[in-house]
Ligand binder design. Structure first.
Ligand SMILES: Cc1cc2nc3c(=O)[nH]c(=O)nc-3n(C[C@H](O)[C@H](O)[C@H](O)COP(=O)(O)OP(=O)(O)OC[C@H]3O[C@@H](n4cnc5c(N)ncnc54)[C@H](O)[C@@H]3O)c2cc1C
Length: 359
């Protein structure tokens, strides 16, 4: 794209749409961001929002995630206090002994800040744990944030740089011109653009399908229990068997049981109460914790578990992924480069949407 202020429409104001809108506006694009409901009302609102390059990934995906962690630090500087990541680190022991060893050795060799810690050190790091495990992996550079606040901070920063945010404006279709997409249709009428960015989370597959694009996407439910703010009981993200938990900077504890899969829970309130009981049995001082709410979010997960990002058709750029909270700042910066500079970012090459159509 070569004009001085290319007109770009971004569909969906979750954390990815907000980040891409921010990075495009910062580079001088004329951005209109359309959201069918409220900002950060999709998967982002219901995210655990652990920022990590943790165990279980191939090296190229690890490198993208590591880059994204560094980009969160950049964003904290750029947004000058409007956005705060809690760089609390993470203790994980929901892995087998072999996996723990492999994680500590292989990832450390890749340059990741991770090491094995034993019971005495775990107890010193987290004195609130009633029964610390014999061994855990400690990744000191990981973090977490409040995802709705972070999305709003990005949106405000985008608006400050000229982006227009239209809430309650649903995109219903696309307008095609002689050279590819020429804009979109909304319930409030058509809108023209030189480029459309699709960041509609789990709805992206249906919208892409209108253009004949195949985007196999799972909407994987994930339940989280949120406690009312409480005195600090622990510092780090904890990944234990059957319990993933963190305590936000405002004292709220957020917890889940697993990384998802499976059906939408039948009785979320009962599962939330069970998770709260689990926390109380594993954490000192937790007796008075009170349940605030239980959320069930739908993770947008491309079929192979990896991001789908890049030009999907002439005039259409797509960004759909799980771990979208971790990845948002890097995806935003790279998408702006690919869109505005006409370059291809090497780190994104494994994740092109064309892999699903065999193109
Ligand atoms: C329980 C759970 C735990 C998670 N844990 C983590 C974690 O620890 N770390 C991590 O990195 N990631 C995690 N994730 C994943 C992460 O939250 C998502 O990858 C990320 O939020 C996706 O952001 P998004 O902007 O792509 O999508 P969304 O947040 O879903 O945003 C898409 C937006 O598009 C809007 N939209 C849809 N259709 C239209 C339309 N037709 N017109 C206009 N707007 C439209 C929606 O209303 C929505 O606001 C978790 C997710 C869940 C549910």
């Amino acid at each position: 794209m070569s004009t001085s202020a290319p007109k770009v429409i971004v569909i969906g104001a979750g954390i990815l749409g907000a980040s891409i809108a921010y990075h495009l506006s910062r580079r001088g694009a004329a951005v209109t961001l359309l959201e069918r409901g409220r900002a950060a009302g999709g998967a982002t609102a219901d995210s655990f929002a652990w920022i990590n390059a943790s165990y279980g990934n191939a090296k190229p995906y690890f490198q993208l995630r590591l880059q994204a962690m560094q980009d969160w630090r950049r964003l904290e500087q750029e947004l000058d206090g409007a956005l705060r990541v809690n760089w609390c680190g993470c203790l994980s022991w929901d892995l087998s002994d072999e996996e723990l060893d492999d994680y500590a050795q292989r990832y450390a060799a890749w340059g990741y800040e991770v090491r094995l810690v034993e019971r005495a050190e775990i107890a010193a790091l987290e004195p609130g744990l009633i029964d610390p495990p014999a061994r855990a992996a400690y990744a000191a550079g990981e973090g977490t944030l409040e995802p709705v606040a972070a999305t709003r901070a990005l949106l405000t920063a985008a608006q400050t740089r000229g982006a227009e945010l239209r809430l309650e404006t649903e995109t219903t279709g696309f307008r095609e011109g002689p050279n590819g997409l020429a804009g979109i249709e909304t319930r409030a009428g058509p809108l023209e653009a030189e480029l459309v960015v699709l960041t509609a989370g789990v709805e992206s597959a249906g919208l892409a399908g209108q253009l004949g694009l195949h985007l196999p996407l799972e909407a994987s439910p994930g339940l989280l229990m949120h406690c009312k703010p409480a005195a600090r009981l622990f510092e780090r993200v904890v990944e234990a068997p059957g319990l993933h938990m963190k305590q936000e900077l405002d004292g709220r504890i957020v917890a889940g049981e697993s990384f998802g899969g499976g059906p939408v829970p039948n009785d979320p309130e009962a599962e939330g109460a069970r998770l709260l009981a689990t926390i109380k049995s594993r954490l000192r001082g937790a007796e008075a914790l009170e349940l605030e709410r239980v959320s069930v979010g739908l993770r947008p997960i491309p079929e192979d578990g990896l991001p789908a990002v890049g030009f999907a058709a002439a005039g259409l750029y797509l960004a759909v992924m799980h771990s979208g909270v971790t990845l948002a700042p890097a995806i935003g910066r790279f998408a702006a480069q690919e869109i505005l500079d006409g370059v291809r970012v090497e780190l994104l090459e494994p994740y092109r949407p064309q892999r699903f159509s065999g193109a």
